[in-house]
Design a protein around this ligand. Sequence first.
Ligand SMILES: C[S@@+](CC[C@H](N)C(=O)[O-])C[C@H]1O[C@@H](n2cnc3c(N)ncnc32)[C@H](O)[C@@H]1O
Length: 235
Amino acid sequence: MKKKQLKELNQETLSPSSYEFWDDFYDSGEGKGECYEWYVNFNQLKNYLLNLIKDGDKILHVGCGNSFLAEDLVEETENIHIEIINIDVCENAINRMNERNKKITNQRVRNSLIYQVEDATETNFKDNQFNGILDKGTADALLSTLELEQGDNEMVKSLLREMYRLLKYHTGWFVCVSRNVCLEPYFYSDEMTNWDLKRIDLTTNSTKGKGITQVNYIYLAKSLPLSDNENENEN
Ligand SMILES: C[S@@+](CC[C@H](N)C(=O)[O-])C[C@H]1O[C@@H](n2cnc3c(N)ncnc32)[C@H](O)[C@@H]1O
């Protein structure tokens, strides 16, 4: 969905599915500082991610905002070479991350990270080129459109189709961190995608108050071929 359409859809209430919501958030809202980390940080995800990542992996990080997730991941994987392309619709966040990256003194980390403005539902990348995709909160942002009916959110469908298009068959993994159980049916309901899905529930302490916990759903989806035919063509 194009920027103009989103603007019209959200004329009265800015929803997190709109570009304008994120421009505000990173220009003058809570995201205007050096880093705003949604849901969980790298250390809380580390064990899940390090199990998946291999030497030579090319990884896409969608809706990166000004999260340090990718930087921390590259720092941690010092014995292997990975490349992470971080994308976001918010130009301000991407510009700031590019500025930050230029100042990183560790050349290996700096050279492994790319930040660019792209809409994750409609990217310019070629098919089947990523070993892995990371999302923390972007699918959730798109779920918050005005199309409330469960399973019928076109933006979420577009996101998952795009992730499927970009991932390598069989070996491609998509880690999607969400606070929304409503996301799960989208992995099963679209005949244009075929995922092998696992959900891990990660309970963390809330920053909102002592003793309050929150459940983060880590959707771990492996990309499978659409049909047996495709499987044969691939081999
Ligand atoms: C909930 S925030 C999560 C930010 C970051 N991943 C984190 O965990 O801190 C959602 C992010 O998705 C971005 N976003 C929203 N719609 C997008 C789209 N269509 N394509 C790419 N990024 C998008 C927003 O600008 C924002 O940075």
